[in-house]
Ligand binder design. Structure first.
Ligand code: NAP
Length: 303
């Protein structure tokens, strides 16, 4: 049996097209476009490339990008001040602090200064809490992207055994919450899991987010499982066997023969993250617009 390749690039393209159309009607209705501010501290080249990609993606769908950069030696207070000024800026619907920040800064503490209504990464304690309570809020982009891949592929989550390898706040934990909300039976694995192979081999849906090249071997995969490979590991092109040198956490050649569907690396989960950053920015903009029109109605009523 050979797996279907889940084409994340095509699915992300479809999502971005939908967002572009919805942004156009938002802009027409409210007379201004949604805005996304990215905050980059320091000159890490990889982070600068990610930020550049996000800025470009915004422009392509009609979202106004705001590019804020601080020097590598910026203090906590300086970054906090920048975030506070963006929180107060009505033209900014969403704020993203590019992680990791330089070592002398505390990334999670800075992230938690972003207003929950502008937290398009879904990483503030308020949004993490809302997700855990099953209440509406802004959700982290990559897990949302994975849910869209599963829906697009027609995966039945209800009652399915789902295994998530990795328990980071950025991905593993919110992913597990979303799967649980989709009525899957969810197991989370991490570095202390006793028998990773055994747990993974029970999964109807296996999601790997570890950051270790090809840690998930073919015999970890249940025949017919759907495999989502979130990992992005850089090897030499020779080691990777491809031009980009990028490989996932799954031994994809082996898993391809056993799974029913699998995401490639690159071109699987990666493109979904930016697509959902744009979707979240639109969601935040709608939320602000509704709040403003509610206050306008209140003002009118009190006249
Ligand atoms: P992370 O914060 O480093 O978390 C890694 C997780 O893997 C931890 O929970 C860790 O367990 C677990 N782990 C480490 N070694 C393990 C082992 N031998 N067996 C089982 N579990 C093990 O990483 P992350 O931010 O979640 O990212 C994970 C990967 O996904 C990275 O390659 C990252 O680049 C990629 N990623 C891609 C996107 C995208 O847009 N495509 C987005 C997010 C992440 P402990 O908790 O016990 O340490």
């Amino acid at each position: 049996m050979s797996a279907t390749i889940i084409d994340g690039k095509a699915i992300a393209e479809r999502v971005r097209g939908e967002v572009a159309r919805e942004v156009a009607s938002f802009t027409e209705r409210f007379g201004r476009a949604p805005g996304l501010a990215t905050v980059l501290v320091g000159g890490d080249p990889a982070s600068a490339v990610y930020v550049g990609g996000k800025q470009r993606a915004c422009r392509e769908v009609g979202i106004v990008p705001f590019d804020r950069r601080l020097p590598a030696d910026a203090t906590f207070d300086q970054v906090a001040e920048e975030l506070e000024s963006l929180n107060a800026d009505d033209a900014v619907s969403g704020i993203l602090l590019q992680l990791p920040v330089p070592e002398h800064l505390d990334g999670p503490s800075l992230t938690s200064l972003i207003g929950p209504d502008k937290d398009v990464d879904g990483l503030t304690p308020v949004n993490a809490g809302l997700l855990s309570l099953g209440r509406p809020g802004l959700r982290p982009c990559t897990p949302c992207g994975v849910m869209e891949l599963l829906t697009d592929t027609g995966v039945q989550l209800e009652g399915a055994e789902a295994v998530v390898v990795g328990r980071s706040n950025l991905f593993g934990k919110p992913m597990a919450q979303l799967l649980l909300a989709g009525n899957a039976t969810v197991t989370m694995c991490h570095s202390r899991t006793r028998d990773l192979r055994e747990v993974c081999s029970r999964a109807d849906v296996l999601i790997a987010a570890v950051g270790r090249a090809r840690i998930i071997k073919g015999d970890f995969v249940k025949p017919g499982a759907v495999v989502i490979d979130v990992g992005m590991n850089r090897l030499t092109p020779e080691e990777a066997g491809n031009k980009s040198g990028l490989v996932g956490d799954v031994d994809s050649a082996a898993a391809f023969e056993i799974a029913s569907a699998i995401t490639p690396v690159p071109g699987g989960v990666g493109p979904m993250t930016i697509a959902f950053l744009l979707r979240n920015t639109l969601q935040a903009a709608r939320y602000h617009a509704e709040l403003q029109s509610m206050f306008a109605d209140l003002d009118r009523d009190s006249l």
